[in-house]
Design a protein around this ligand. Structure first.
Ligand code: SF4
Ligand code: SF4
Length: 356
């Protein structure tokens, strides 16, 4: 089946861009009794418009369209293990949207989870998925377009990780992140995908990249097709993005029609750990972990000038490789314990850990 993906210019108006993108893919709204959950990317404690989070303007425009037919809408996010979705919603301006339309904001990490088996999974055989997501009639996936030091791009496929239990999100990093992304997308299939590329992030995303104004929104109904369309518009071959490449092998290459196709430049992260990723992909689970640690050319390094001594790395390192045994209050990494999963590079809230 042909997958339509629309690309609309967000100038002069984000409202018009969202409406015209949805019209272009023939989206006519959901049913009036449908329980709709919108899943943005609000993983960062930042205001809207920095490229770090899905912007409140895009969410506001989307809700204004959906609510014409369906009043039962909630916006839900589950941050990484050290985040707080409700605090992030407040900072990013989502509380104003909730008040304006009388809709709910939900922290998925605080709700219930149900263990779900993932058929044909390669590494993530089962996962605890938020019941808010499982009980929804319609899921709308609304990522912001960002580069990512571990996965090259973070967009529609990766955004659904927020629906997993915090410990399962962490687990994805240790069993093979790219493979795990493909696995949880076997069961987390949104009904609508809208990508905020009004202000995106390039370079060392998802935290320390620089914002880039692209003034675009993308719409579709299939996460893989939307991500492939965006990669094409950014001039990045899909097979250079490991999780897209794996997803194409698993689900087949989507037959995409990009409506309003426009091209743009996006600076990618400088160092991509291609070799160990490719080699360790030959094995999974524990073997992957060992191979990754042995083969990886990249290891984490703490920049003490950036480190705020917040000690959060104690909680998110899956191998307990951080220690604060010294007198200066800075963390140290135990090289023998470290498996080079680079979770710390992604999760340090002060971007004090780099892959070198
Ligand atoms: S390395 Fe990052 S997470 Fe660890 S103490 Fe420093 S700022 Fe906090
Ligand atoms: S210190 Fe090593 S094991 Fe711990 S999160 Fe960082 S890369 Fe992973």
């Amino acid at each position: 089946m042909r997958e339509k993906v629309a690309c609309s210019e967000a100038l002069p108006s984000v409202n018009n861009a969202v409406s015209s993108a949805l019209d272009a893919i023939n989206f006519s709204g959901f049913g009036k009794n449908d329980k709709i959950v919108i899943k943005p990317n609000v993983n960062e404690f930042q205001v809207s418009g920095t490229g770090a989070n899905t912007s409140s303007a895009v969410i506001d425009s989307l809700v204004s369209v959906l609510i014409k037919k369906s009043p039962h809408i909630a916006i839900a996010e589950g941050t990484s293990i050290i985040g707080n979705a409700l605090a992030n919603f407040r900072k990013a301006g989502y509380y104003g949207i909730a008040k304006k339309y009388g809709i709910e904001l939900i922290d998925l990490n605080k709700g219930k989870f149900r263990n779900v088996k993932i058929p044909n999974a390669r590494v993530l055989k089962s996962a605890r998925i938020s019941e808010t997501i499982l009980n929804a009639d319609k899921i709308v996936n609304v990522p912001v377009l960002k580069t990512h030091v571990l996965t090259t791009l973070t967009c529609a496929l990766k955004n659904m990780k927020g629906c997993l239990h915090p410990n399962d999100k962490l687990k994805c990093h240790t069993i093979g992140l790219d493979e795990a992304i493909v696995d949880y997308n076997r069961i987390l299939k949104p009904d609508l995908v809208l990508v905020d590329a009004t202000t995106a992030m390039q370079g060392s995303g998802p935290h320390s990249g620089e914002k880039i104004k692209l003034d675009k929104v993308f719409a579709g109904t299939n996460s893989l097709a939307v991500d492939c369309a965006i990669a094409k518009c950014a001039g990045i071959p899909a097979n250079k993005i490991n999780h897209l490449n794996l997803a194409i092998k698993e689900f087949g290459i989507p037959d995409i029609e990009i409506i309003g196709e426009r091209h743009f430049d996006l600076e990618l992260p400088k160092k991509i750990d291609w070799l160990p990723t490719r080699l360790s992909r030959l094995a999974y689970g524990f073997t992957h972990k060992v191979l990754k640690a042995k083969l990886s050319a990249q290891r984490p390094e703490i920049n003490l000038r950036e480190c705020a001594k917040c000690r959060k790395c104690l909680h998110f390192c899956p191998e307990s490789a951080f220690a604060f045994d010294n007198s200066n209050g800075f963390p140290e990494i135990n090289e023998r314990k470290c498996i080079r999963c680079l979770v710390c590079v992604e999760l340090c809230p002060y971007s004090a850990i780099k892959a070198v």
